[in-house]
Design a protein around this ligand. Sequence first.
Ligand code: NAD
Length: 245
Amino acid sequence: MKKTCIVTGGSSGIGLSIVQLFAQEGYQVFNLDIQPSNVSVLGSSDISCDMSDVEQVSELINHIAKTTTIDVLVSNAGIHFSGNIENTTEADLDKVLNINVKGAYAAVKSVLPNMKANKKGAIILMASDQALIAKQNSFAYNISKVALASMAKTTALDYASFNIRANAVCPGTIETSLYHQAIDNYCERSGADKAAVHAEEAALQPLGRLGQPEEVAELVYFLASDKAKFITGSLQVIDGGYTAQ
Ligand code: NAD
């Protein structure tokens, strides 16, 4: 029987690469995303879901859990908001935390009864290098990613006795629409040239380039596999050396 993986935010960027890799490796994949994917992936079903709606997330996951064993959850959906604490309104903060943190809370909480019953499960939370270091003008996003790193640790401790592992992946700068949007916003505000900013970003990475979504998907796949069966509660950095500086 096929193993099952639920991915949130799997319609683009890192999430899409994760959906593609798990499907290619024979998983039945459910992609919970607010927008449908432009890429149709054999072995994956798109389910329309707003991760900030806790009730909706739990209803959809409970429905999946009725008919299948959930082997893997990759809680990946997330948004960025550019701003320091003063220019982040309460509504901006709520939006980021509701999607990035409460969405992950809802997804993790909803898969646990199924994983507990099966005495096995792998949960991967998509944090960021910003779980380890702060970046400028990224107040809401910074704190959301620190929360996800802690969610991985606390879940790892509370569910180790059920053989459920939880880890956080901490990517550096990965070339996706989220990255391009953040650069666009910055250029709009500062008047900087996009190509120049893009080149500067690449030069900031010790490996001299940005990461690619497929590279993050490979790490997630490893963490979900039995090859990682002694890894839990960890923060896995994949950032071209950025946070080592
Ligand atoms: P992306 O914008 O390409 O993809 C994000 C996906 O999440 C999209 O498919 C989007 O539709 C979905 N999404 C957004 N709001 C949603 C909601 N309310 N409900 C359901 N789905 C929603 O971004 P990405 O770069 O692939 O980012 C994926 C994850 O990786 C995010 O959690 C992000 O914070 C994290 N991350 C990205 C980078 C980077 O440099 N790109 C670095 C570190 C961490």
